[in-house]
Structure formats: structure tokens, C-alpha cells
Write a protein that binds this ligand. Sequence first.
Ligand SMILES: Nc1nc2c(ncn2[C@@H]2O[C@H](COP(=O)(O)OP(=O)(O)OP(=O)(O)O)[C@@H](O)[C@H]2O)c(=O)[nH]1
Ligand SMILES: [Mg+2]
Length: 306
Amino acid sequence: MEDDVPEYPDDYRSGYVALIGEPNVGKSTLMNAIMGAQISIVTRKPQTTRTMVLGIFNSDEAQILFLDTPGLISPKYLLQKAMMQAAEQAIADADIILHIADLPKLHKYEYKVDERLVALLRESGKPCLAALNKQDRVADAEKKEARNALESTGVFKAIHPISALLNEGIDPLLDELVTLLPVHPPYFPPEHLSDRPERFFVSEIIREKIFEKYKQEIPYSTEVVVVDFKEKKDVDYIAADIIVEKESQRKIVIGAKGAAIKDIGTKARADIEKFLGRKVYLELHVKYREGWRNDKNWIKRFGYGE
Ligand SMILES: Nc1nc2c(ncn2[C@@H]2O[C@H](COP(=O)(O)OP(=O)(O)OP(=O)(O)O)[C@@H](O)[C@H]2O)c(=O)[nH]1
Ligand SMILES: [Mg+2]
């Protein structure tokens, strides 16, 4: 009896959906809303997501593999270049592209749609949908204008106004995505939410706390590396290095009498415990690696780029 092998209907669908858009439009918020769990970190700052993050969504009829990506920018240093490679890779891997647009921003910029983006989507030759996000922040007339602007590009099969934050408009979007997916058995066992190890999510949660705490320079100069992770009976022991680019930044992240790093550690630990469902002892060290974000060896060691 092969009762360990799950059965799927013949018309089961499965495939990859790349979430593509400018920074800060709500790509990660949307993926988390669909997943009902924080898979990708979210902050108020642009360029929060740095690599492709997979979210595996299962229903009775389909498995949708969402690829969250870094927001599209013109790269100025190597880390940003690697970030854009991740977005390009997601487009190449995808069966469907879901473009996320920011309604308040479209309104602010008089409904101008980025032509480079439209060209990128068109060249992909893949079915494209658009989600007009943050509808909670605009009036109906503004939604209509934005829809017209995106419709006039001719690349989108459908346009869905949504609020990822308030979980509005998501079910019709999911239904439409399923109809466009190829008929295919699931790629992953149903209990998997993502393909990354726990260490990745732990380092991202710590990075999120640093993004939230500092304004300009520090978040973009910071990387987090989990250097030790031991599962123990009562409490997991996790040690992580926070890497910045300069000694002056290291001092800021430590803070007077260690107050800043203590605050980061307390907030990160609470979220890590929630994520792992276990008690955690978290040890943080702050180090600097001069100019790491423009150094190809460091970028590679930190897991960016190919
Ligand atoms: N009002 C409102 N805010 C939203 C909505 N969706 C996302 N946000 C907010 O927008 C900000 C950016 O959200 P993210 O999900 O990090 O955006 P992103 O596109 O993943 O950004 P990058 O990773 O930097 O490319 C956060 O402060 C979110 O809370 C929404 O539907 N309505
Ligand atoms: Mg993001």
C-alpha cells in the first residue's frame, strides 16, 4: 500500500508567480497576507527585500509558488546589482508575473507607468497580471485613473485593486492566478511554507529590527549572519553577527552602554521565538567589514548574487 503518496486531481495546477514592482509597493506584505504568515520581512523603508524569497501557498486545487523579489531600482553598488539579478531571475523562473503597483504613488506621479517595467514584462512573453495595492489610501476615482493607465499599456491580462495590509481583494486575485497556472502536480510537499533554512528567517528578522530602528545609512549598510544555531532542550542558542561598513556605524549599532544593540536583541528575540515557536537565547555581535556592499567576495559570502 502506497498510502504515503498523496493523491492529486488530474487537473491540479502548480507553478511560479513572480511578484515584481518598485520598492515599497507592498510585494512582501502581499505575499505574507496570502500565506497567512510572515515569510518575508516588511518595513516602511524601500529596499527591504534583498533576495528572492519563496512562499508556498497550497489549496485543494493548486500550489502557487510565490517569488517575492527586491524592488526594481537602477543599481548603484554591487549589493543592489545582485538584488536586481534576483528580480530578473524571478521573472525568468516564473510562469506568471504579478506586477504590484502602489496606488498613492501612481496618483502622486500623475499615473505615469514606468516604461522600462512595461518593456521588461512584455519581453518576458509571460502572462502578466497587475495588483493595484494600498487601495485603502485612495478614493475610487483615483483607482479608476490608475486602472486606465495600466490598461493602456496592453500588457496586463487583468488588473486587481487590493489592500495587502487589510487583506482586501486577495481571493479574486488568487482565483485568477490559479486559472493561469499550468496543470502540474505540486512541486513541494504541502507542509512546506518556504525552501529556506531557519537560519535565513532568523537573520532576516534581526535585519528587520535594524531597518526599523535607524533612518538613512545604517539599514543599507547592514548585513546579518547567523554564526551559531544550537537547538537545545529548553531554549535554542543563536549567535548572530551584525555586519556594518564602518567603525562609526558599529558604534551607533552598539549604542551608549550597549543600549541600542540590547533593544535590537530584545525585539528580534521576541519575533524569532514567535517564528520558531521555541524559546531562544540570542547573542549579537557587531562587526565592520569596510565597504562590504561593494565587494564581490563579501556579497557572495553573504549569499547574494549567483
Ligand atoms: N496603507 C497600506 N500600506 C501598505 C499596504 N501594503 C503594504 N503597505 C505598507 O507599505 C510598506 C512597504 O511594504 P513592503 O511589503 O515591505 O513593500 P515591498 O514592495 O516588499 O518593498 P521592498 O522589499 O523594499 O521592495 C510597509 O510599511 C507596509 O505596511 C496596503 O495595502 N495599504
Ligand atoms: Mg519586500
